[in-house]
Ligand binder design. Sequence first.
Ligand code: DGY
Length: 324
Amino acid sequence: MKRKIIAYNFELTNTLEKLERDFDVEMFDSINPKTDSAFLQALKEAEGIIGLALPVDKALLDRAPKLKIVSNNSTGYNNLSIEEMTKRGIMGTNTPGVLEDTTADAIFGILLAAARRIPELDRFVKLGKWQKHLTTEQYAIDVHHKTLGIIGMGKIGSAIAKRGYFGFDMNILYHNRTRNMEAEETYNATYCDLDTVLKESDFVCLMTPLTPETENLIGEREFNIMKKTCIFVNGSRGKTVDETALINALTNKEIHGAALDVFRTEPVKQDHPLLQFPNVVTTPHIGSSTFETELKMAKLAVENLLEGLSGERPKNLINPEVLN
Ligand code: DGY
């Protein structure tokens, strides 16, 4: 009998062919993993899981006695309870190294869109409202030569700094757990404490991974510190931001606008208050979602899974302690 693998919300199913030769791959799409009976049944036999944003918590692990590896098809792995997995000797992997430029393009894109009001003015044209020359009502704000503050100067943060520095002559400030000397040398980035980044930046771009330390990192106090002309950009995870505080900051005009690729609950509901602001640009967590990059990520996730299941050390192992 073939060993079982669960594929969860895994879009590029053709990349799974390599697995299907040797494994019984059962696919689940848009189900509730806590209640779906076929999924819960499959968990009993599954040795591997591959997919996107499956909450792998204690309750799920308790139902998966044969599980050896969870191959996340993303670089972020806040959906995995790594500590619980490690206790049980279960490997976790992710897909870094192939999506940084693509994600930086998307996040810089929504920054530009918010500053230059591109979605709003696109609607203006399409609704037939462009009847005469532009008035101050339609004016936007400049991006070039402004100060870009990046919170989380990892690989994606650095790729955003590169775009800002070389493409738009921006002054780069950053805050990170550790200094990023390469970004300092290459993009003239200045390391600051969090409050200085918030206070001095024209654009605050949040790129940290979601961890217990970064959950609700940006809330009422932080929005108060930002300039009234600041545009806040979130390309990390929704839970790094207190959304009620963001709604209040926008309502009270404490900041100029926002660009959001991520939300606390995804997909975000159409009646969410953040979607009602014309000065908030939204995208559906598109960071890495191009044909080219999604294909690279899917192939990498498959490789990681195969390596883990064949007893090799997966390339992108998150918890190497399991091999000790
Ligand atoms: C990632 O890879 O973490 C992106 O945000 C897609 O989930």
